[in-house]
Design a binder for this molecule. Sequence first.
Ligand code: PRP
Ligand code: HPA
Length: 177
Amino acid sequence: NAISAELIESIRTIPNYPKEGVLFRDITTLLSNPRAFRRAVDALVQPWAGSKIEQVAGIEARGFILGGAVAHQLSAGFLPVRKKGKLPFKTLQQDYQLEYGMDTIEIHCDAVKQGEKVIVVDDLIATGGTAEAAVKLLRSAGADVVAACFIVDLPELQGRAKLEALDIPVRTLVEFP
Ligand code: PRP
Ligand code: HPA
């Protein structure tokens, strides 16, 4: 449709970044385009308008930019999901698989109240490993994770299935084959 065409055109593709053979989908060009940025945020929140989302969990780093805008739009709080070692207070941790090796994400131990309705936001879902770890972490803290939303899906990597296996509805706006 027209909105996804506009969003697709606003995303820049960089060949061989961060390494040979990868086509990197760069959303900085979407963020700098006022119409595209607004449309992306409006489209991401559209299913949750009026549904009393209490916290938006944004995944470092690009999920912070979108998650802040989404939280404002929904009159929700913002909760940062960070790479390990960045949060100052006591944390809960979750390991996840990278292409080579493991990494760890964290949230503050008191970041959510029991049963709080949370949506997860990031710019892009690839393998889904990062978002899956975020969902597990938020659930371990007592959150009711209602959905996960991304601007970009790379369907070949089947990240959506990882979240759907956890009963998380997934919203994405554009796909790159
Ligand atoms: C990218 C992207 C997602 C994640 C998706 O972040 O913004 O967070 O990878 O990959 P996955 O679905 O295979 O887990 P990146 O790891 O590049 O971190 P950064 O935003 O801090 O640069
Ligand atoms: N763009 C941004 N982040 C990513 C990508 C990409 O193409 N692939 C995996 N993480």
